[in-house]
Every structure is written in structure tokens, then in C-alpha cells.
Design a protein around this ligand. Structure first.
Ligand SMILES: [Cu+2]
Length: 318
């Protein structure tokens, strides 16, 4: 990966990757909103229905705060009144986070949160999650938890493990991808690269990234050209972009947009045009909160916009 020069940066400001400098501010932000809308829709649809852990996984041998998100209450119910999570082998209990208005019973085998009153019961979706921290096995693989959701009316038993070739079960068990060291614990979705025409040597890569335990995107490499992590910011009336020498921070559990929030991966020095309908190999290099390096290699489609990924789609190459 090559750092781009300042002179080059100024030249890119006029490339088709970014809004033209002479474009009025209102037109620019409308263009950005069009970019944001499909990403937000995808974000809302994905995790609302079940009891799930945030995607992206965690590194084998590390400590992981599992934040279980509870979707809607049980069928026909108004509120969730308790959640019991059985801890699988490979997840050694360290601590559980109390919830205001709920009692907590935690042990090595399971953790149970129970609403102390009808008022404390959870209506709709929990924003902050039910958090239990554990030490992870050193063996990469998938850990299946068993979550029993109790509601004011009935229960929902999130216990099904999908078998190969199975249709998605109605009550899937929440799971965690335990990743080998070197594989970044980051969920990367909806990536796309803007097509280019002959003679155009720059483009951009867009998408969204979520690191459940936090990480920093420090570099991007691809055989098609040079890649740099950029931020676009209004400077008075002018949209400017700058290199992020420290990389791009991904706070724990927060989805960071490439392309919508002012960040993008800039491609320069393209050796040949990026043709619509093809894909380019891209490797994202991360450093996690403990300073461990990890990478993800993806095939990024060359497209006009993100393809809507099916829920649970995972771009990890294990
Ligand atoms: Cu840029």
C-alpha cells in the first residue's frame, strides 16, 4: 500500500468518486442521503427479529463481552420479562452486567435476568443488550448459546442450530464466530466499488463495518491499485478529503459507514478500468483493542450501489 501525495489528493477531488467541488452544498448532501438510505434499511431489518449476538465474531483465546440483543417479545406477548442464557463449552464465565429494575442470577453454566416488575419488563427491542463476559476457547469455530426468552405471555426458546442445507430455523440459537488469530473480528457488509471508464484511474470502495469489540481499520490493500482511507469533511463551503494516517476507528458495536458518514476507501493508480459486474480482491487490515493485527479478504463487487445482502451474510474468508 502506498500513501498518496498531497498533489494527488487535490487531483482526486475532481474525480467522479466524489461530488464535484462546484456542486452546491444541497445537491451534495442529497447525493449523500441517497447513498445512506439503502444502508440504513438493511441495518434495521437484520437483527430485530431474534435473540442474537452482534455479527463480526471474536478472537479465539480472548475475552468477549457477549451483548445479546432481544428483538420483539414472544408471539402474542407485550413484553419480555426474563432472559436465560446457557453458556456453551468454550465460553468461560467471567461476569454478567446487571440491568436496572431486573434481578440477575449468574453462574458458570447460565445467566438469567428477570424483570423485577411489569414496569421494568422490556417492550420491543433492547438497545443496550444483555451482557455476559467470558473467556473464549483458543480453538476457532462456532459457539452456540441457548437463550430462553420469557414474556408476559408465553416463551420463545432460541435453541435451534441450523444444519447444513437446512432452511433457516424459526428459533435459531444465538451464535458467536470464534476466529483464528489474524482474522479480524469485524463484520463487513454491503461493500461495492464504483465502476470506472477508460482513462479514469481513481475510484472508491464503500460499505459498512461493525467490530463488536472495537477495532481500527489501519490499511487497505488491493492488487488493482493503491488504496487509502479517506475522510470527507466540509471546510467552510468546500468539501475536502484527507488521508486518515491513524486509520479509521470502529467503536465497539457501532456500525461505521464507508461512503455515508464521510469516510471511504480511495482507490488510485488503477491499472485498468473497474468494469461493472466484476469484482476486485480487497484486503482490509485491522488492529483490535488489544493491539492484535487481523485482516479480512473480500471480493468487492463493482456496482453502482450496494447489493442488498441477505440477513446474516458474512464476508469473512476463514
Ligand atoms: Cu478520497
Amino acid at each position: 500500500m502506498t500513501k498518496i501525495s498531497l498533489a494527488a489528493t487535490r487531483a482526486f477531488a475532481r474525480s467522479s468518486t466524489h461530488p464535484a467541488p462546484e456542486q452546491p452544498v444541497a445537491a451534495r448532501s442529497a447525493a449523500m442521503r441517497r447513498n445512506i438510505a439503502p444502508l440504513l434499511l438493511a441495518a434495521c431489518g437484520a437483527a430485530s427479529a431474534h435473540v442474537v449476538l452482534p455479527p463480526g465474531g471474536a478472537t479465539a483465546g480472548g475475552t468477549y463481552a457477549a451483548a445479546f440483543q432481544v428483538g420483539h417479545p414472544c408471539s402474542g406477548a407485550q413484553s419480555t420479562t426474563a432472559l436465560k442464557v446457557d453458556l456453551p463449552k468454550g465460553f468461560t464465565f467471567v461476569s454478567a452486567q446487571p440491568r436496572a429494575g431486573w434481578t440477575l442470577a449468574a453462574g458458570p453454566k447460565s445467566v438469567t435476568w428477570t424483570a423485577a416488575s411489569a414496569q421494568a419488563a422490556l417492550r420491543g427491542t433492547s438497545a443496550e443488550g444483555f451482557v455476559v463476559t467470558g473467556k473464549l476457547t483458543s480453538k476457532p469455530g462456532t459457539l452456540w448459546f441457548h437463550a430462553l426468552q420469557t414474556c408476559d405471555v408465553g416463551t420463545a426458546d432460541w435453541a435451534a442450530m441450523p444444519n447444513a442445507g437446512d432452511v433457516q430455523p424459526q428459533f435459531p440459537a444465538p451464535h458467536l464466530d470464534v476466529l483464528a488469530p489474524g482474522v479480524a473480528a469485524v463484520d463487513v457488509r454491503d461493500t461495492w466499488a464504483r465502476p470506472t471508464v477508460t482513462g479514469q484511474t481513481s475510484s472508491g470502495i464503500f460499505g459498512r463495518m461493525t467490530a463488536p469489540s472495537g477495532a481500527r481499520l489501519v490499511a487497505v490493500t488491493t492488487p488493482v491499485g493503491d488504496a487509502a482511507i479517506h475522510e470527507m469533511k466540509m471546510d467552510g463551503n468546500v468539501m475536502r478529503m484527507r488521508d486518515l494516517p491513524e486509520g479509521l476507528d470502529l467503536p465497539p458495536g457501532q456500525t461505521v459507514e464507508l461512503g455515508a458518514g464521510g469516510y471511504h476507501v480511495m482507490l488510485t493508480g488503477l491499472k485498468q478500468p473497474l468494469a461493472l459486474g466484476t469484482a476486485i480482491p480487497v484486503t482490509l487490515h485491522f488492529v483490535d483493542r488489544d493491539g492484535r493485527k487481523g485482516a479480512l479478504s473480500l471480493q468487492v463487487p463493482v456496482a453502482q450501489a450496494a447489493a442488498s445482502a441477505p440477513a446474516g451474510a458474512h464476508d469473512h474468508l476463514h
